[in-house]
Design a protein around this ligand. Sequence first.
Ligand code: CA2
Length: 145
Amino acid sequence: MKVLVINGPNLNMLGIREPGIYGAETYKDLLEYIRSYCENDGTDVSFYQSNHEGDLVDKIQEALGVYDGIVINPGAYTHTSIAILDALKSVSIPAVEVHISDVDSREEFRQISYIRAACISTVMGKGFAGYTEAIRILKEYRKTK
Ligand code: CA2
């Protein structure tokens, strides 16, 4: 199974500030964590991170016919982006929304997700483990198709 893990704005800054909310580990550590899980699991994984909404839309469109599943943490675009929602809908690739923090117990504006409507599931508040949980969900979902 080919999975694309997409991270949105500021996730490249993980571990650099606010370790209380997002942990002390870096974006590079996150990639290593997911890569090591996928090696054991036999999942073919690729990564993409951008701070730019249009680049994220482009990458989602390019995933059509290439990937079987998308794991996406859209960062703050979660709470604002109809463009990312539409891109996910346009490709119809099964996608799981991930948040490192428990967005539902934070500020009200973080409790709104425009992306969720295009995802088969959402994992939040589990730190880095949320990404591997999302890959597990995609694999299970694929078995049912
Ligand atoms: O909990 C999550 O994974 C978020 O998607 C992370 C986003 C935030 O805007 C969402 O509401 C929830 C933020 C990405 C990381 O931002 C940083 C801020 C300060 C220091 C390091 C990273």
